[in-house]
Design a protein around this ligand. Structure first.
Ligand SMILES: [Fe+2]
Length: 266
């Protein structure tokens, strides 16, 4: 796969998992509800299976083609999408603060229109959320979003990613994307996000883009390739993931913080 910073902003689907291993992998990784994690994207702190999948050599080889020799993972998630659910067009809020890549892994009941992207949108300099605010675009309406994109770049296209269960795709963190489930079964995907160690990362407290509020708490990160000369982030080892120390820190530090955030941060 070529460097995804290029013209389209995304790569081709790549084989990762065999179908026979997927159910076991999901069961291994789904051992805590999201609300008990340090934060919504912090599953690798408590689940070694998530640590391992995010560090998978095939994924790391591909992300390093864009990010270079030193790469950290900062985010891991399991996303279950019910039938008829639409996740509006957006950019993940963290990508306004630090650059990076998203890896989207199709796990179960993925169809060829589960994930949609706007080609070249990582170069637009504006997010769908900002356009919605400015031009009153409905972010669940593909035609409106595509028309807005083509006002910026007439050559941009709406891509329905032809990805199958067990494959992954990489896209730039600034690519406009949306998901939907048009099937009648729950769809499962996993998301891993990566950056380089010179960025100091913090956990967001709300979902506003680009004016996101940030916590003073930092996400646990995994150095999946190379070295970290900057020491700005909390790097965790495989042995820490799921350990009593990790569980204790989550309960004593992150969960009280999350309760405070839910009550008082808008
Ligand atoms: Fe996203």
């Amino acid at each position: 796969m070529a460097n995804v910073s290029g013209s389209n902003g995304y790569g081709n689907p790549i084989d990762l998992l065999t179908k026979s291993t997927i159910d076991e992998l999901i069961a291994n990784c789904d051992t805590y509800p999201d609300k008990f994690l340090p934060w919504i994207k912090g599953r690798h702190t408590l689940v070694p299976g998530m640590y391992d999948l995010g560090s998978h050599p095939v994924i790391v080889k591909e992300v390093s083609k864009t990010l270079g020799n030193d790469v950290i993972l900062w985010s891991s998630q399991i996303i279950r999408q019910s039938p008829s659910v639409i996740h509006r067009w957006h950019i993940d809020v963290e990508m306004a603060r630090w650059p990076g890549l998203t890896v989207w892994v199709g796990m179960k009941n993925v169809t060829s229109n589960s994930l949609k992207l706007i080609s070249g949108s990582h170069n637009f300099g504006i997010s769908p959320q900002e356009l919605a605010e400015r031009d009153r675009i409905d972010l669940k309406n593909d035609a409106q979003v595509l028309a807005a994109a083509q006002k910026i770049d007439p050559s941009s296209k709406l891509i329905e990613v032809d990805i199958k269960d067990g494959q992954f795709i990489i896209f730039s963190g600034l690519v406009w994307h949306a998901t939907q489930n048009v099937s009648d079964a729950v769809r499962t995907a996993m998301i891993f996000q990566y950056t380089t160690p010179e960025h100091k990362l913090f956990i967001p407290q709300n979902n506003h883009y680009p004016n996101t509020k940030y916590s003073s708490l930092q996400p646990d990160c995994i150095l999946v390739k190379g070295k970290d000369d900057f020491k700005y982030n909390n790097l965790i080892k495989r042995s820490y993931s799921g350990s009593w120390k990790a569980i204790l820190k989550t309960f004593l530090v992150h969960l009280p913080h999350n309760i405070y955030r839910k009550l008082f941060i808008r």
